[in-house]
Write a protein that binds this ligand. Sequence first.
Ligand code: DQA
Length: 144
Amino acid sequence: MKVLIINGPNLNLLGVREKTVYGDRSFSDYLQDLKSAYPLVEIDYFQSNHEGALIDELHRNGFDCDGIILNAGAYTHTSIALADAIRSITAPVVEVHISNVHAREEYRRQSMIAPACKGVIAGFGLDSYRLALEALLHAAQAEG
Ligand code: DQA
């Protein structure tokens, strides 16, 4: 099983940025623990602050990996291009958010990409990524 985690804009600053919202842990630190907890899953990681780079990465991996966990950051709320990219690939995509976007500003309640995704997980801190991975593993098992 091969899963790709894609983080969008400003998520390279996890652990530094708005700690009261996003916590004080860096993503690379969290990723080490996630990889250790799932030794049988090949977990790749990509981060970019650029919309086109995120789309390129979806295209590059979206036909040969088993699932993609995508935190598109603020592009979640604006990007039709990302939604189209998700619809263009075959791998299931789970939309993830660290914070509960529905408990924040009104503009964060809208997701342009959610209708193109298999499901959405939000509000569990960094554990949202593990929950998304579990969802992909269960879906893959169910499909045989
Ligand atoms: C976020 C929520 C977005 O609204 C915000 O723009 C982010 C992070 C989250 O993980 O909670 O950058 O995607």
